[in-house]
Design a protein around this ligand. Sequence first.
Ligand code: GAP
Length: 446
Amino acid sequence: MSQEKKQEKNPPNEKMESIIALCKRRGFVYQGSEIYGGLAGTWDYGPLGVTLKRNIEGLWWKMFVDDREDMYGVDAAILMNPNAWVASGHVGGFSDPLVECAKCKKRFRADHLSDKAKCPECGGLLGEERQFNMMFKTNIGATEDAGSVTYLRPETAGGMFVNYKNVVDSFHPKLPFGLAQIGKAFRNEIAPRDFIFRVRELEQMEIEYFVRPDTWEVHFELWRKSMWDFIEALGIDKDHVHELEVADGDRAHYSKRTIDFEYDYPFGRKELYGLAYRTDFDLKSHQGGSKQNLEYFDEETKEKFLPHVIEPSLGVGRTMLAVLNDAYTEDEMGGEKRVYLKLNHRIAPVQAAVFPLLKNKPELVAKAREVYASLKEEIGRVSFDDNGNIGKRYRRQDEIGTPWCITIDFDTLGEKPELLDTVTLRNRDTGAQERVAVRELVARIR
Ligand code: GAP
């Protein structure tokens, strides 16, 4: 976790506004609890957003868990024994510097202000800087005393460290190996902002990769490369991502080396992901806190030691915002302005849409339904649309990033015998259309 660059208030940003408007209009992301006026720092994913999010998570899980032999997935509870957060250093130190304005009472992150004396909103005097712990507290059970306090996890990492021994005991993995988890984390951010960039309820895709202490540098480099591979697989332009070596003093308390992967968001260059060398900080702390022996016994060398940890940590929301920003495109097609999402086909919520040319011709609708059903079976994320004229249907699919549109017309039914059982396949990015045999569709789309 590096400190964000100094910044007070973001000026309105046209591209961000367009992305946010598209997300709401087309059911990707809505404001949390919107009908009650919202809840700061929370966002709800709609039908297309949840599919895009799951596709991103699915790609990550496939690349880093399913396709490897050295990774073990877990799904740990969000509520954990509070002693785990004492041992990890979060109760004592997971805080941001806070200042409050004496006049308007608004609170700011001190490290985001260039003038720490004057309120950026009303010009009033800012008070003393104090540390504000970002963990959400809650109570377990029917009593609300100090003994019942626990926390919503601030990082998914904790759930993996407390399960390290379980996985070692069940699977006896050889070093190096990793635990992986996708899940929610909660941070009471002082200033949530920039849409889904900084939120209070977030989702992380994290890996704790356990290595022999003397090999950490090799594995750090391997994970550095893997993170770039993932960025590429998402379809994000690598020129929009930049590594930042986080300086001493700016790193999280557990890290000896951190590289932030920063992305050029419309509101500036900001942290997308982090890659940290956590040493044996966590296992040592949890060994002390739990009084359990967490040492690893190497069968070959007969040595006992605490493995060190490399942690690639990825935010799901920040990934989605980077993906949407890279994909958002405005151009002109057929003399009209068009907005489309140039999403990678792997993660597009809908991979292909099937249309009957006319909805009041039962024979066209029946054939289109047949093609739709077979594609849905083979490909999965396929939709059917018979609403409005074909041009409008193309625009609707372009706007949500559907790479392919398939139109069933009278030629499909054999009006021109040589075109029997062929359809029009239209490419989202170029608008180019070609005639393709129905039996070739799956291969083409894949
Ligand atoms: N386990 C290490 C860890 O949590 P971090 O840098 O604090 O490190 C990792 O967070 C990633 O989680 C970030 O790179 C970012 O992608 C995401 N993230 C962190 N705080 C966030 C927030 N408030 N809103 C959205 N994403 C956040």
